[in-house]
Design a protein around this ligand. Structure first.
Ligand code: ADP
Ligand code: MG
Length: 475
């Protein structure tokens, strides 16, 4: 029986699947199609240049052994990488596997890769419809620039994001760090960049991932002894979006691996986009070298939207959902929900649900009820002033003494407690807290928080202060 491309490849697959993990087999070998067999040369089709590079880097030895078994020492493997422009002939790019090669990446392969890169500029490779590389971008298409309403509170962040989307890796906004409080649109904006890039540059590998998931993957890779694969995978991404990096606080292993991935991507002109609920100066337990990288590019803040923007966000949502609502009701919602766009939308969704379940009209009474519920559920934020007053009176001091430069131990402790509670109970930044409590800098506040944490663990009397004060401040 004479050999065909399909039969040779099938035999290779039997061998390969016996020698690698099932997940890797599924990801990297199932999408490969045998195309042609000419003498000792087998042509296979791979879905993208990325895919081809990955095979060359990780599986060339295995492929070689498999092929030599089937076709002898002179076996050659030819990759056919699908090109975007389907009008012209898809000339296969050829990569030979020299029979004497013991090195996973052969020099010839590198030369071809360089050539591929040059071609790519004119004629980008693309992932064809049927065979998809198993790297989904994980983007939500609804989170795009069109649906992100512009206002004073987000203008800088929005324009920087658009600049990055137009020229990923090609602006000085690398990394772009979007930071701001809960529900202000960080995730939305981060997706919007990715969605726009996928639209403009379909050949780019974009990946959105939450810091939590990234951390979990990293931990799994350490357990499964695939840390290097993990790193290599991320180093191949063109546009990496990592959401909520404050989650990496205290996770030194993950920070370390991210540091290496970041450096590689940055050096190679790849774009990195990060979000965080804090400005870099306020991030705790993140390594200094990583923080300094975060500051290389641009940190853009998302602030709470002003009244007009809140109205515009509500109207946009109503319009998209095809719902009509009296103006006074929209205004009532915008006036009462101020600091969180997610809640703004939440009220609207509850109202629409209520009205349609009970076939009710949108009334101001119904609106008040629902808004009240939302406002009650969000914990009242105490002010830094109030905290200073409570702490001072607990220790029988006046606020001026609490704020003074004195180094008397009991006053220093009171001041540190005030800082600690300000950090715990308000959304103020470390710098902001320091400025309000006796004009100290953010490092002093950070130190205070750590000291209180330590003393709470080791000193019974001190723990009682903390408990007493917490009770006073929360009632
Ligand atoms: P974060 O990640 O900062 O906590 P999200 O990005 O999840 O916030 O945003 C919360 C919700 O508010 C999302 O549904 C998002 O679409 C919406 N949102 C936030 N900002 C805007 C905006 N400027 N225009 C329209 N929708 C917004
Ligand atoms: Mg988010």
């Amino acid at each position: 029986m004479s050999k065909t491309a399909a039969s040779v490849w099938q035999e290779c697959l039997y061998f390969i699947s016996d020698n690698i993990k099932p997940q890797a087999y599924k990801t990297w070998f199932e999408p490969i199609l045998p195309i042609k067999l000419t003498g000792e040369a087998l042509t296979v089709q791979v879905p993208s240049k990325f895919f081809y590079e990955w095979l060359e880097e990780h599986y060339i030895k295995l492929l070689r052994v498999a092929l030599v078994k089937q076709l002898g020492e002179d076996a050659k493997l030819i990759y056919d990488v699908r090109m975007e422009n389907t009008y012209s002939n898809n000339k296969p790019r050829t990569v030979k596997i020299p029979s004497s090669n013991r090195n996973p990446i052969n020099p010839q392969g590198m030369a071809v890769m360089a050539e591929l890169n040059k071609r790519e500029l004119r004629n980008p490779f693309v992932i064809p419809g049927i065979q998809k590389v198993k790297i989904e971008s994980q983007l939500n298409p609804n989170y795009n620039f069109n649906s992100f309403i512009e206002g004073d509170s987000n203008r800088l962040a929005r324009s920087a994001s658009m600049a990055v989307a137009n020229k990923p890796g090609g602006t000085s906004f690398n990394p772009l760090l979007i930071y701001g409080g809960v529900g202000l649109g960080k995730t939305h904006l981060a997706h919007a960049i990715g969605v726009e890039i996928k639209d403009k540059y379909p050949d780019k590998t974009v990946l959105y991932i939450s810091s939590e998931k990234f951390t979990q993957q990293y931990i799994d890779s350490v357990k499964g002894n695939t840390r290097n694969d993990f790193i290599h995978f991320y180093q191949m991404i063109d546009v990496l979006i990592i959401d909520d990096v404050q989650f990496l606080s205290g996770k030194t292993g993950t920070q370390d691996v991210f540091f290496h991935i970041f450096n590689h991507l940055h050096q190679n002109g790849k774009q990195v986009i990060l979000t965080s609920d804090k400005a870099p100066v306020d991030m705790q337990d993140i390594e200094q070298r990583l923080l300094s990288r975060f500051k290389w590019g641009l940190s853009a803040e998302l602030q709470a939207p002003h009244y007009e923007t809140r109205i515009a966000i509500l109207q946009n949502k109503l319009f998209r959902d095809g719902v009509e609502m009296p103006e006074e009701i929209v205004e009532y919602i915008a006036k009462n929900i101020k600091s969180n766009v997610r809640e703004l939308e939440g009220v609207l969704i509850s109202m629409i649900a209520q009205a349609s379940f009970n076939r009710k009209e949108f009334t101001l009474a119904l609106t008040k009820q629902i808004v009240d519920k939302f406002v009650k559920n969000t914990k009242r934020e105490v002010s830094i002033d109030y905290i200073q007053k409570v702490v001072s009176s607990y220790f029988d001091l006046d606020v001026a003494t609490l704020q003074s430069k004195t180094r008397k131990r009991h006053i220093v402790q009171a001041r540190q407690l005030a800082m600690y509670f300000a950090k715990r109970m308000t959304k103020a930044s470390l710098a902001n807290i320091g400025a309000q409590i006796g004009k100290r800098d953010h490092a002093t506040v950070l130190h205070a928080c750590k000291t209180v944490d330590n003393l709470t663990e080791t000193d019974k009397n001190f723990r009682k202060y903390v408990d007493d004060l917490r009770k006073k401040l929360t009632f």
